[in-house]
Design a protein around this ligand. Structure first.
Ligand code: ADE
Ligand code: ZN
Length: 328
C-alpha cells in the first residue's frame, strides 16, 4: 500500500496553521486586507525563524474574521488531510482568534467549525476533534479566559486543552490555573514543550500542568532520566519531525531524536504541526521516516494504533476509527 493511502491518525495540527497560502490570499483579497508581505515570490509563506513564523501566522490568521471563514478553513484543511489518508485528527483551536475569547462568540465559531467537520466526515471519512489552546505569549490572564471558553464547551467534540505559542514566554506554572480549570471540566491535557527550550520545560509541564501528552517534547533526549520517566509514565509525545527540521530545531531528519526516543520505549506519534508553513504533509512525513530510519508498513501500522490509543476522544469514537485502521 502506498503511504498516501495508508490510514493515519494525526494528533498535532494547528487549524490556522493548516491554511494553504492561496486560501489566505483569496480571503485577504475578498476583504481588501493587504498581507502581501507574508508571502514569498513563489506564493509560499515567508518568515526568517520561529519567532517571525509566529508573527506571520498571526498575520495570516487575521484575515479569518467570522465563523463562516473558519468553516471554510476547516473544509479546506480536512480535504487536504483526508487526501493524505488521515482518518482521525485533533486540531488546536484558539478562542483568541475565534471571537476574542468571548464565550458567546466562541460558541458560534465552534458551531461553524463542527458543522464543516461533520460535512467532511460524511464526504471524506475524516473525523475531527478539537483541543482548545491559549497562546502562551498572550499571557496567563488571557489563558484563563480561554480556559473558560474550553470549560463551557467541553464534551464529545472539544476533548482537550493545550498551550501553543512562544515557549520562551513565561513558565508552564504560570498557566496552572487555566489548566486546572480545563482538567476540572473533564478535558484531557497537552502542552507544547521541549521544542525551543530544553528538558526542564517538559518536566515543568508534566509537574505543573499535569499533562498526559507533550507537543514536540523532542528535547527530552538531552536528559536520559527524563526519557526514562516519559517511558515509565507513558507520556505521549506529539512529534512533528518535518516542522522541527524546517524550523531548524535539528539540522536534518537523520539528526532528529524520534527514532532514539522510540527505541527507548517512549510513545511517539507523528504529526505535521502547520503543514503548508513547513512544506509537509502526513504522506511526506511517512516517506521521510521510511527513507531515513527504515520504518516499514508494520511500524506505521503500530504508529497509527498508538496514536489512536493516545487520542483524547471517547471510546466509541476510538472503536469506530480503529475499524478503519484494521481494514488497511
Ligand atoms: N503555533 C503554531 N505552530 C506552533 C509550534 N510549532 N509551536 C508553538 N506554537 C505554534
Ligand atoms: Zn504545534
Amino acid at each position: 500500500m502506498s503511504f498516501s493511502a495508508m490510514p493515519k491518525v494525526e494528533l498535532h495540527l494547528h487549524l490556522e496553521g493548516g491554511a494553504p497560502p492561496a486560501f489566505v490570499r483569496g480571503m485577504a483579497k475578498e476583504k481588501s486586507i493587504d498581507i502581501s508581505g507574508i508571502f514569498n515570490e513563489d506564493g509560499s509563506y515567508a518568515y526568517r525563524d520561529f519567532w517571525h513564523f509566529l508573527e506571520v501566522y498571526e498575520a495570516a490568521t487575521s484575515v479569518l474574521t467570522s465563523p463562516e471563514d473558519f468553516a471554510r478553513l476547516t473544509t479546506a484543511v480536512l480535504e487536504k488531510s483526508a487526501a493524505h489518508g488521515v482518518v482521525y485528527c485533533e486540531t488546536f483551536l484558539s478562542p483568541d482568534f475565534c471571537g476574542g475569547r468571548d464565550v458567546g462568540a466562541w460558541r458560534e465559531y465552534l458551531a461553524a467549525i463542527k458543522e464543516a467537520a461533520d460535512k467532511a466526515e460524511a464526504q471524506n471519512g475524516i473525523t475531527l476533534r478539537g483541543i482548545v489552546t491559549p497562546i502562551r505569549h498572550f499571557g496567563p490572564e488571557k489563558a484563563k479566559e480561554t480556559a473558560l471558553c474550553a470549560a463551557e464547551t467541553a464534551g464529545d467534540w472539544v476533548v482537550g486543552f493545550g498551550i501553543a505559542g512562544d515557549e520562551k514566554a513565561g513558565e508552564p506554572g504560570d498557566f496552572a490555573y487555566a489548566f486546572d480549570m480545563a482538567r476540572e471540566a473533564g478535558l484531557d491535557l497537552t502542552a507544547h514543550a521541549g521544542e525551543w527550550r530544553g528538558p526542564e520545560s517538559i518536566t515543568n509541564a508534566l509537574n505543573d500542568l499535569r499533562v498526559s501528552r507533550i507537543g514536540h517534547g523532542v528535547r527530552s533526549i538531552e536528559d536520559p532520566a527524563l526519557v526514562d520517566r516519559l517511558a515509565e509514565e507513558k507520556v505521549v509525545l506529539e512529534v512533528c519531525p518535518g516542522s522541527n527540521v524546517f524550523l531548524g530545531v535539528y539540522p536534518s531528519l537523520a539528526a532528529h531524536p524520534i527514532e532514539r526516543l522510540r527505541e527507548a520505549g517512549v510513545i511517539v506519534t507523528v504529526s505535521t504541526d502547520d503543514p503548508p508553513f513547513f512544506h509537509t504533509t502526513m504522506t511526506r512525513e511517512y516517506n521521510d521516516l521510511a527513507e531515513t530510519f527504515g520504518w516499514d508498513d508494520d511500524a506505521f501500522r503500530a504508529l497509527a494504533r498508538a496514536s489512536l490509543d493516545a487520542a483524547f476522544c471517547d471510546a466509541d469514537t476510538k472503536a469506530r476509527v480503529a475499524k478503519r485502521l484494521e481494514t488497511s
